[in-house]
Design a binder for this molecule. Sequence first.
Ligand SMILES: Nc1ncnc2c1ncn2[C@@H]1O[C@H](COP(=O)(O)OP(=O)(O)OP(=O)(O)O)[C@@H](O)[C@H]1O
Ligand SMILES: [Mg+2]
Length: 222
Amino acid sequence: MKRISTGIPGLDSMIEGGLPRPSLTLLAGDAGAGKTTFCTQFLCRGADLGERGLCLLTFGGPSDLQIKYASSYEFAKSSYFGREICYLELEEMVENECKSKDYLDKLEREIDALEPTRIVIENLSILEDVLRDEYWRFLLKLSHMIKARAMVALVTEDCQPGIIYPANIAQVADGIILLQNEVVNFARRRSIEILKMSGTSHHLGKHAVDISVKGLVVYPGL
Ligand SMILES: Nc1ncnc2c1ncn2[C@@H]1O[C@H](COP(=O)(O)OP(=O)(O)OP(=O)(O)O)[C@@H](O)[C@H]1O
Ligand SMILES: [Mg+2]
């Protein structure tokens, strides 16, 4: 099994050296739990290694603003953005209620142009309201596209009240990682939990996480 480094200190040793290639991992978590930071570290580690990365924004653009946020971390070299790491805004397509074929065609064109190893899709489930009956088939095709092109994908989703992660994305995901920002004894505690990872003997349970200008740091066993 080929693996690629996540770029998160402490995490690779918990998952046999990194995320399997190819694979699609669902990164679910509370608001502010560190999903976007995780993805930025993942893309920047790729750029450090000379791998290209593509980040798809279903909303939360413009990409210039997201690049500004991403550049605020110590590990993010500004020269990466627009070169090794490209952002693609899908907001306009969401607003125009495009069909699943339009999204897949646009994605395929961008992938052919950039040939990324790493791909990030933030808040993919926004498309469920747009694609409705087509959504499930879209998820399957997206998963096939990622595998056929030997890419490693991270898909982020917010936890909703009573729902930790969307079941339909979990079904096509090879791995599920949960980030939390819980109240414990009147204080907020950040944690990471690997719920599943195909082909990987991974650590179980919650492990402490710290977030700073250096990004996420995981403390296995703590
Ligand atoms: N440049 C930075 N330096 C230090 N800490 C930061 C920096 N940027 C973000 N943080 C901290 O990391 C936290 C997590 O931010 P992040 O955007 O990764 O969370 P998220 O899970 O993507 O949130 P959302 O649900 O809004 O998408 C922030 O709330 C903030 O406390
Ligand atoms: Mg975010």
